[in-house]
Write a protein that binds this ligand. Structure first.
Ligand code: IDP
Ligand code: MG
Length: 194
């Protein structure tokens, strides 16, 4: 595979769609010379979202760890909100909130292609927690959500966009959301491919 054929997967989350940010979000990938090669609006079922997010213990535990770290940082009692301090159980609860949120309104699925597409898109999107994301990133410019707030409200962090974290994750997610019915396109982009 040529470096500029690297692809990554993006989902504009319900908050991104409902804030009217579809165009703004896609613009930021395009302006960084990434090429949109597939795109569609759809409403995901909870089951589809369940197959999208990894189910492995390792991923669920990491989600639990992230949540517990926020509780420790702000001196809050994880047992009070979650009824447990078990990493897997906390992770499973947060994963459940994520499935509920992601199936609550339409999403836009996008595949973009370009050199270092996976890392470049993560950089443009910004880190997971909007309140920590730098201005200039999508999450830093359009949201101020924090897990402190989200966990108390028993919902996932609203951070506008999902983007694959590794080329392996991108491969799995592109295969999951784009099949024969939703093709990936090939075309030459001015200034990039010629
Ligand atoms: P990412 O979206 O930046 O890749 P992940 O760690 O993969 O972040 O987490 C998936 C999603 O789970 C996040 O985008 C966010 O919406 C949600 N999330 C992560 N940590 C928490 C938490 O502590 N409370 C509520 N939701 C969380
Ligand atoms: Mg992730």
């Amino acid at each position: 595979m040529q470096p500029k054929e690297e692809k990554t997967f993006i989902l504009i989350k319900p908050d991104g769609v409902r804030k009217g940010l579809i165009g703004e979000i896609i613009k930021r990938f395009e302006q960084r010379d990434l090429k949109v090669v597939a795109m569609e609006m759809f409403h995901a079922s909870r089951k589809e979202m369940d197959n999208h997010y990894p189910k492995e213990d390792k991923w669920v535990r990491r989600l639990g760890e992230k949540t517990m770290a926020t509780y420790a940082k702000y001196g809050h009692d994880v047992k009070k909100d979650f009824g447990t301090s078990d990493l897997m159980r906390v992770g499973k609860t947060v994963r459940g909130w994520l499935l509920d949120f992601m199936s609550s309104a339409p999403l836009v699925k996008v595949v973009v292609q370009g050199v270092h597409a996976v890392d470049m898109v993560r950089k443009i999107v910004g880190p997971t927690m909007p309140y920590l994301a730098e201005m200039g990133t999508i999450r830093g410019d359009f949201s101020n959500d924090s897990p402190l707030n989200a966990n108390v409200e028993r919902r996932s962090v609203f951070n506008l966009v999902h983007a694959s974290e590794t080329p392996e994750e991108a491969k799995h997610e592109i295969a999951h959301w784009f099949g024969k019915k939703s093709p990936i396109y090939k075309y030459k982009r001015f200034g990039v491919d010629e």
